[in-house]
Design a protein around this ligand. Sequence first.
Ligand SMILES: Cc1cc2nc3c(=O)[nH]c(=O)nc-3n(C[C@H](O)[C@H](O)[C@H](O)COP(=O)(O)O)c2cc1C
Length: 409
Amino acid sequence: MLSTLVYRSRASAQLTEEGIHQLLGAARLRNKSIGVTGVLLFDGVHFVQLLEGPERALDGLFDTIRQDRRHHHVVQLLRDYAPLRRFDGDEMLMVDLRGHGAEEASAAILNQLKEQVDPTLSDDRVLKILLLHAGPGGAALMAESDLASEWRCVAQPAPAGTGEHLLPGQPYQFALQPIVDALRREVTSFECLLRSSTGGSPEQLFDSLTPEQRYVADLESKAFAFQLASRLKIEDAKVSVNLFPMSLIGVPNAVDRLLGQISASGLRPSQVIVEVTEQEAISRLDAFGAAIKQLRKAGIGVAIDDFGAGFAGLSLLAEFQPDKLKIDRKILQNIHLDGSRQAIVRAIVQACTAMGITPVAEGVETLEEFCWLSAAGVRRFQGYLFARPALNAIPAISWPERIRELPGA
Ligand SMILES: Cc1cc2nc3c(=O)[nH]c(=O)nc-3n(C[C@H](O)[C@H](O)[C@H](O)COP(=O)(O)O)c2cc1C
């Protein structure tokens, strides 16, 4: 099947004029032999390349190109299928954008392309992306992040005497995972993740219960989370607990019961954040809104969890601006490689900033993801890169640090 791919990358510093010439010669020969056509744009710093050809040939070629050390920060901007080639010339085009003024750049490309591009494709998404990224606005669309190879993680051991363990006879157990401000090296909160009496998953705990019992158990369990947090002396960090929206709506006096649990544990309401998932909230927005008001009035923080993985993301955000918005791993995974994900996350971060909401990146597992998210303005992180959840204990934390400090830093 005919497939189209557009990516953007940054040229390595050592790539010379002669080097670009050689690269182009070899690339043209190979592309011809595997039935790939396209265009390579270069502005002296960035490459933008469009490749089109049989799907499997393109997959193999992009794997090779991605690993080429003559460039880095290779971000896929688009991958799609098309009924026909946009570039059916004999060899891959090269458009040198150097020397063009900002406004001229797009015009220069169009001039060079029009011979080969079907005019009926002028409103085409692929060409729009190509022109946008080649033009003056292209750089502003991409967060230019550090190279992950310039960073490493340094482990800070868990506090002495707090190994993972089960608390015998306790119906609910909790695993603690920190949410960190990575650059300040501060734990801002610990999320208490619910576990069954034997340390099993929440599904194990809830599956045998009716929905009503589930919501009561959900609420009841939080007393143990607050007690644990209080015992472990989490200092200035806050305590985050998850609640089904229906536990807040459906269980009588839910917020008062929560406040009772908090006070019995010796914590203050302002130390607590309630995380709600988007999924269930939409069915009873009014009742949910009333519960959120009550939480706020009591001084408890509110976070929307798993944002982007459910159904009501934007409407929930418009209706109730939470203190924190936790962006789901589904959108963040491999974000450094994917232009569509980057565009979405940049927009989320921008919206959060405008509303005074703190965005939190969930499920961050690699330095590459961390570097990109930091460049996009995210400061709060949670995920295996920093710490795995620890059962009834404070886990060891890994802190990212730059291998060499920047000059003048
Ligand atoms: C910006 C850039 C664009 C490239 N475009 C192509 C291309 O279109 N076709 C190609 O065969 N190689 C291209 N290459 C080179 C490949 O990464 C690789 O070096 C080449 O395919 C030889 O691979 P091989 O050593 O596996 O034979 C490009 C490299 C860079 C840095």
